[in-house]
Write a protein that binds this ligand. Structure first.
Ligand code: NAP
Length: 257
């Protein structure tokens, strides 16, 4: 029988590296995807040295939908992809009327477009192969609009909505979609998004990347639809249901200042 592979995007940094470590420890063969090839090569070497697994490094810019389709064709024509972790993502902090439109559009292309393409292709492939699991990394940002991070929050609302809808469509099949919704997590994300000084990252200690990834992985293996990590993040996820809709962005703005 052909080997089963786990494909992880955003595997050069942060949560993606942790997902790769967890999958490797379970003896899974890995395809690592991101732009920074050298970092992924170092990770691959380390994982191969520790575990009897195959690890391939496939550098790709997921901001380019053509590259995403090419990546998937290359993966699925030659392999049985059993798990897809759509983890790559980025944010941009600043007013919507500001100038960082390129980065905002990159976040739409990576967080939304690439994730949609890979989820769509993976669902069809996994149904044909008789099973599989998809783990999409959303955020507590998906539960509320985010003033000064309007595009990022909107992308994560999309990830959550897409994941829950597709999971319902797949009810009763051997394919599951789990949306992991972490809150502030200690990775490169805040620095690259220009969020380091904001209340969300200074008022509460960010969670460690390893426990967040472990919680997401467990939820995926259990076939859960949504996993919010951490008790205060759970409050962020349910709180907006009990507050008038117009007030929710005002509260979110306090944490995003
Ligand atoms: N950290 C947090 O506080 C937090 C909270 C909630 C949700 N999340 C979500 O968690 C996920 C992982 O983020 P992280 O915290 O681990 O951040 P990170 O350390 O900045 O890692 C982001 C990963 O995404 C990849 N990536 C970004 N743009 C890409 C592109 N155009 N093509 C391919 N790969 C790309 C990066 O790889 P390259 O640069 O090598 O391409 C990197 O591996 C994201 O979806 C993020 O939205 C993070």
């Amino acid at each position: 029988m052909a080997a089963k592979w786990t494909l992880i995007t955003g595997a050069s940094e942060g949560l993606g590296v942790e997902f790769a470590r967890i999958a490797a420890a379970e003896g899974r063969d890995l395809i690592l995807v991101a732009r920074q090839a050298a970092k992924m090569e170092r990770l691959a070497e380390d994982l191969r040295a520790r575990h009897p697994i195959a690890v391939e490094v496939w550098p790709a810019d997921l901001g380019n939908p053509e590259a995403v389709e090419t990546l998937w064709r290359k993966a699925a024509l030659r392999r049985h992809i059993e798990i897809v972790v759509n983890n790559a993502g980025l944010g941009a902090n600043g007013p919507f009327a500001g100038r960082d439109f390129d980065r905002e559009m990159s976040s739409v292309m990576v967080n939304v477009a690439a994730l949609t393409i890979l989820t769509k292709r993976a669902v069809a492939h996994m149904l044909q192969q008789g099973g599989g699991r998809i783990l999409n990394v959303g955020s507590t940002a998906g539960f509320m609009p985010g003033p000064n991070m309007a595009v990022y929050h909107a992308t994560k609302a999309y990830v959550l909505s897409l994941g829950e809808a597709v999971a319902e469509e797949l009810r009763g099949t051997p394919v599951t979609v789990t949306t992991l919704c972490p809150g502030a997590t200690a990775t490169n994300f805040a620095r690259s998004a220009g969020m380091e000084g904001i209340t969300l990252f200074t008022a509460l200690k960010p969670a460690g990347a390893a426990p967040v990834a472990r919680a997401g992985w467990r939820a995926m293996k259990a076939g859960r639809r949504v996993k919010v990590t951490g008790p205060h993040n759970w409050l962020f996820s349910v709180g907006p249901r009990f507050v008038p809709r117009a007030v929710v962005p005002r509260i979110a703005a306090i944490f995003l200042k």
